[in-house]
Design a protein around this ligand. Sequence first.
Ligand SMILES: [Zn+2]
Length: 618
Amino acid sequence: MRFPDAFLQEIKFRNDIEEVVSRYVPLKAAGSNLVACCPFHSEKTPSFTVSTSKKFFHCFGCDVGGDVITFVMMIENLDYPSAVVKLAEWAKIPVPEDDGEYKEKAIKQKRIFEINRESALYFYNNLIDPDNAESQTALEYIRNRGIKNPTVKHFGLGYASNSWDRLTKYLSDKGYSKEEQKAAFLCSVTKKGEYVDIFRGRIMFPIIDVSGNVIGFGGRIIVDNGDERKYLNSSDTPAFKKSRNLYALNFAKNAVGTNKKFDYFILCEGNIDVISLHQAGFTNAVASLGTAVTGDHARLMSKYTKRVVLAYDTDEAGKRAMQRAAGLLGEVGIEIKVLSLGDAKDPDEFIQKYGKEKLENQLVKPKGYIDNKLDAIYEKYDINNAEDKIKAINESCQELALINSEVEREVYGYKLAEKYKVSDQTILKEIKKLASMRFKKEKTEMLNNNMRKTEGFGDRINPDRVKYPESVKKEEIILGILMTHPEFYTDVKNILDENLFISEFNRKIYNLYKNAIETGADGNSSFDTVKITRDLTPEETGRISKMIIFDNIPEKDIKNELANYIGALEKQNKVYEKKNIDYKEIAALTDEQWAESLKRRINMREDKLKEKLKKGEN
Ligand SMILES: [Zn+2]
C-alpha cells in the first residue's frame, strides 16, 4: 500500500514550508517570495527561493526544488517514506497503518542496526579475549596510543580477525542472511561468488548515531595483509550516511549546547584524536567519518552550537582540509576558531606530549580562524624587505576578500593596516575591489552553469531540450500554469493532446497530471502536486518546482494565456517537424514564400483552437 493522497496533502498543509525551511536556513523576503543562500550548494548570493503561496521551493543555482516533503528528504537525507513519516510526527498526524512502502524500509534498517550491534559485540569480545593471540597486537597498539581500558569499553572498540570469513560465519549462525550482511557493508562478494569479510586485521571503531544505533564502522589496519587502505569506513548503507554523521556525536551532543559543559565542538580529523580528547575530559570532540567535512556536517553541528574549534593535523593535507571545513562551517553561520598545536602533529600527540592542562589553556583562548591565517602570512615573509611586505599585504587582502560579511572584512582590514603600518583606506579599497571581483566571478559562474544545464548540454532530466529548445520552453510554461491553476484543466483538456508534448519528460509529467485529476475523487478541485511528485526523483521534482515557481501570469488572463501557449507550442512543433521531415519541399520555397505559408497554416490552426476553446466555455 502507498500513502493515501489525502494524508500526503494533509502533511503538506500542516507543515508550512516557510516554517520548516527556516528551521534550517534563515529566509529573507524578496518580492512575493522568500530567499536564502542555498543549503544544497555553496553560494554567496541567495538563489534559493521559497514561494509560500505555491508551497514550493526552488534553487536557481543548483536546480533542485520541490515541496516540503522533498525539502525534508534532501536536508535530512531521507527517502520519501521516511521524510513523510518525519513530517507526520512534526504535525502530530498519525501515519496510516499498514503502509508497505515505509514498513519495508524500516524493517530493513532495523535489521542492519541489529547486525551491526551483533558485530560490534563480536569485535569487542574478540579484542578483550586474553586467549586470542592475534588480538594482542591490537591491544598493544591501543595501549601505545594511551587509550585505557574504560575508554575501550566506553567507545566499544574491537578487533576484526585477519580472516576471510570469521564474521560472515558468525553472523550466518546468528540467522542473518548473506544479503543482509552485504547490505550492512560487513561482507562483499568475490568474483567467484564467495561472501568474504570486508574488515580484516583491523581495530574497529563502531559508529553510533544520536539515537544510540550502531550505524557503521571505521577500521584501522594493524596487520600486514596486503590491504593497503590504512583506514576503512563503512560505505553508505540504508542505515548510514557518511556525510550526515559525526564520530562520537552520540556522546558530544550531551556535552555541547546551552546550559551544557561546553558551548563549542572540537572538530578533529581522526577517531583516535577524538578518543584521546574524550579520555582527557574534552567530551565535546567529534570527527568526520573518513571524508572531508560536508555542508550536511556543518548544518548538523549548527543544530547544537554556533561555535567550533578546529583541531586538524598540522601537515599540508590537514591545512587544506581545515580551509575547506572553515568555508563550509562559516556558510552556516558557525564561528570558527583554530586550536594551536605547536609542534605536535595532531591533538592526540599534543595530549601525550603536553598533557590535558596545557590543552585546556590553549582552548581558553583559541585563535580566530582569520587571525590565524593572517599571522601565518605575516610569519612567512620578511617584513623589512619591501618586496616581501607587498607580497604579504596582497596575500592577506586576497584572504580577507573571501569573507562574506562586509563588516568583518572592514574590521580585519583595519587590523591589517595597523599590522603593516600602512594607510587603512588603501587596504580597505583593495579588499573591496578584490571582494567585488570575486562576487562577480561567482555570479558569472553560476549563470554559465545554469545556462549549460537548461540549454541542454547537461540536461539529464529532459534530454529532448537539445533538439527542441523552443517547444520545451513552451511545454514548461503550460505545465507550470496547469499545475498552479488546475481549475483550468477542463477548459483545455480537449485541445491539449498528450502528443502535443514533443519532449518525453514533459509528456510523462502531463500524463501523470492528467491521470491525477481524472482519477481524483472530485476532479481538478482536489488536485495536488504530491500526486505527481511522489512518483518522481528529487531531480525530476526540481524541474517541476521550477515550472511552478516561474509561473507568474495574472489570474484573469490565465485561460487566454493557456490557449496562446498551446497554439504557440503547436506552431513551434511544426517548425521543428518541417526542419526534419520536409526539408526538400522547404528548400524549394523562398524564405518569404515559406514564411507566408507557415503563417497561413498557423493562423488557421489558431482560429480552430480558439473556436474549440470557446466551445469548451459553454
Ligand atoms: Zn542550490
